[in-house]
Design a protein around this ligand. Structure first.
Ligand SMILES: [Zn+2]
Length: 129
């Protein structure tokens, strides 16, 4: 089953476009039609960015809404030529503040014990400043 999530414009009683938008999910195989929220958004762009609709439709379609600030470490490896250098695989490019927080966290780690790559990858979450 495939879900199509898109902003759709509501129709007025006479069938003409009403100028009010909702983010909706539509299934191709009988999963139904789901309205993301009850707001009347004045534009497709605003409807597309409605957090309430994104959360609701994320639960319906099985693709949970994730905050953009949810920066996570997917993997850690050491540079083969420089054992002091760590390479982090992240869910997105960190902001400058997040980069400073990562550097600070790694600096603190360094004085305790060399971190196990698995423990960093699965437990560290850096949230926005
Ligand atoms: Zn909304």
């Amino acid at each position: 089953m495939t879900w199509i999530v898109q902003p759709l414009q509501r129709k007025a009683a006479d069938g003409s476009p009403a100028g009010l938008w909702h983010l909706c999910a539509n299934s191709d195989e009988g999963g139904g039609f789901v309205n993301g929220c009850d707001h009347d958004h004045p534009s497709a762009k605003e409807a597309q960015n409605c957090k309430e609709a994104l959360i609701h439709l994320g639960g319906v379609t099985g693709f949970p809404y994730e905050e953009e600030s949810d920066l996570r470490v997917l993997g850690v490896s050491r540079d083969a030529e420089n054992g002091q250098a760590l390479m982090l695989s992240l869910t997105r490019v960190p902001t400058d503040d997040e980069l400073r927080a990562i550097h600070e966290a790694l600096r603190r780690f360094r004085h305790v014990a060399p971190p196990e790559p698995e423990s960093i990858g699965s437990t560290n979450t850096f949230n926005g400043a």
